[in-house]
Each structure stands twice: as structure tokens, then as C-alpha cells.
Write a protein that binds this ligand. Structure first.
Ligand SMILES: [Zn+2]
Length: 282
């Protein structure tokens, strides 16, 4: 599943649509409905967390969430729209200008393509993981600690409407490994300083993976169809059964927040917990 680094790379690949007219949206999947957009011009390609949006004239945004297996890839040339339509698992084709088309393909079809007011793009999402500054990460850490949540740390990290948006499965596993925090530790038992370490590690991993061209575990490809190299730099995610690179203990896989989760049972031990009080939230 594309996470914040991969989505940012897709955004950069789509930047060439800025200034072009969105001439047509060809929907081939009946599950998608996109209203008539009257040929607006693209003014920006935006990203917040894992959400992508074409900002258009007329205060509208065409917003895409790639979810599990979605991809946006560019086709160029005089027959770009037809070329894009012929790609596998295509759900929609966005036709820009005279010779550019963007194919929205999605094997599992959990992705979305919606039109909304530009001012509402990313409304309700947490701070952007990739671009958050120190002050924003510190505020997010304070909030995570203050909420006294009983949910696992990893569940809070995965929540795009939580304090920080952008992390998915591999960023959680890698950053919790780096911060030596057990993924199932109750979120409210971590102090703000520990949460700040978690978010800083998470941002550092995301930026490293961005520099490595993203992580291509299964379906992810960049806008030009190429694959990333980030998977070669993973220390923990996807390495269950292999030795921990820090202490050689065998990395273990469990399920946390409904997601396969790899961690080191030696480096990432549960912190002792105080008995839950009646005021603690679920
Ligand atoms: Zn270890």
C-alpha cells in the first residue's frame, strides 16, 4: 500500500499536469461517479498525508485516495488517452491537454476519486507526516500523550484523522522498531517525549524512503511506472523470522490494529502500565 513517501513521488510525477486543461474524465468502473467538470485548468497538484488532489480552477479539487492498490500513471503522446485506457485494472482515465493522460488503475478497487471544493481538501486529517515541522510534531506528541488512549500505539499512528497523517504499515513498523516501542503498547501509556521520538523516527524513515524512490513491496509504482528501491533499506517490516539487525533476536509477526506487524521481542518490550482509570478513553 502506498504510504506518504510513495504518494509524494506520485504527486511529483503528476506535476506536469499543472497549467493544462482537464479535458475529460473517462470512467470505466461503474463504482466511480465523477461529475462533469466543464474543462477546468489544473492550478496545482497537492498532497496531504496519503491523499492526492488536482486543484482546479473554479475552486474545485479532484481528489484521489490510492488506498490498497491504487496507482496513477502518466501516458504521453498523441494517443495517450487510448494507451491509458488499455492499461490493466484501469478504473478511470484523466485526459489533460492534447497529449497527456493519467490512468487511475486499482486491482482491489478500494481507491476513491471524488470532486470537492478545493478549500475542503484534506479537511479533518492530522498534520502531514512528511512536511510537519518540529513544533507540529511536538504538538502531536503532546496530544497523543494527553488523550490517554487505550488503543495500541500503532492504531493511533495508522489513524489518518489522528494527530499525524501519512503513516501506513511499513512506516509504523520501521519507526516503532527505531524508537524501541512495542506496537501493541497502549498509546496513553507513552509520555509525550516518547511519542515525539516515535513521530520523529517516523518522519525520518518517510524522508529516507522518499529519497530512495519509495518502497515497492507489491503494487506500488511511480507516476512513470517505475519501481522504488526503499524496500532494500527496511530493517524490520517484512522481515519476520529473520534476526533483528540490532540484537539478533528473531523478529516476530503479530496482528495489531488488524494489520500484520513485525517487531523485535527483545528491543521493543512492553512498558509497565498503570491500572486504567475510569476516565480513560477507549
Ligand atoms: Zn532486537
Amino acid at each position: 500500500m502506498p504510504e506518504v513517501a510513495e504518494v509524494e513521488l506520485v504527486r511529483r510525477g503528476l506535476a506536469r499536469t499543472v497549467g493544462l486543461t482537464l479535458r475529460d474524465v473517462i470512467v470505466t468502473d461503474p463504482r466511480l461517479t465523477v461529475p462533469d467538470l466543464r474543462q477546468p485548468t489544473v492550478t496545482a497538484v497537492r498532497r496531504h498525508g496519503k491523499l492526492l488532489g488536482f486543484e482546479l480552477t473554479g475552486d474545485t479539487a479532484l481528489t484521489c485516495h490510492l488506498r490498497m492498490t491504487g496507482a496513477l500513471t502518466v501516458a504521453a503522446g498523441s494517443d495517450a488517452a487510448r494507451a491509458a485506457r488499455e492499461r490493466p485494472h484501469v478504473r478511470a482515465v484523466l485526459v489533460f491537454g492534447d497529449d497527456l493522460a493519467v490512468c487511475f488503475s486499482d486491482v482491489r478497487r478500494f481507491g476513491t476519486l471524488t470532486v470537492e471544493p478545493a478549500s475542503e481538501f484534506a479537511a479533518g486529517l492530522g498534520a502531514d507526516l512528511l512536511d510537519a515541522d518540529d513544533r507540529q510534531l511536538a504538538a502531536a506528541a503532546e496530544r497523543c500523550a494527553a488523550l490517554r488512549l487505550r488503543r495500541p500505539v500503532k492504531a493511533v499512528m495508522l489513524d489518518q484523522r489522528g494527530p499525524v497523517a501519512g503513516a501506513g504499515n511499513y512506516l509504523c513498523d520501521e519507526s516503532l522498531f527505531a524508537a524501541r516501542v512495542h506496537p501493541a503498547q497502549r498509546a496513553g501509556t507513552l509520555a509525550a517525549a516518547r511519542w515525539l521520538d516515535v513521530w520523529q523516527q517516523c518522519q525520518a524513515v518517510a524522508r529516507r524512503m522518499l529519497a530512495a524512490g519509495g518502497v515497492s513491496m507489491r503494487d506500488y509504482v511511480r507516476a512513470d511506472g517505475s519501481r522504488g528501491e526503499g524496500q532494500r533499506h527496511l530493517c524490520c517490516y517484512g522481515r519476520a523470522g529473520l534476526p533483528c539487525p540490532r540484537c539478533q533476536t528473531t523478529l516476530t509477526k503479530i496482528t495489531v490494529a488488524g494489520r500484520g506487524t513485525t517487531f523485535c521481542p527483545h528491543c521493543q518490550q512492553h512498558l509497565p502500565e498503570a491500572p486504567p482509570s475510569a476516565s480513560e478513553q477507549l
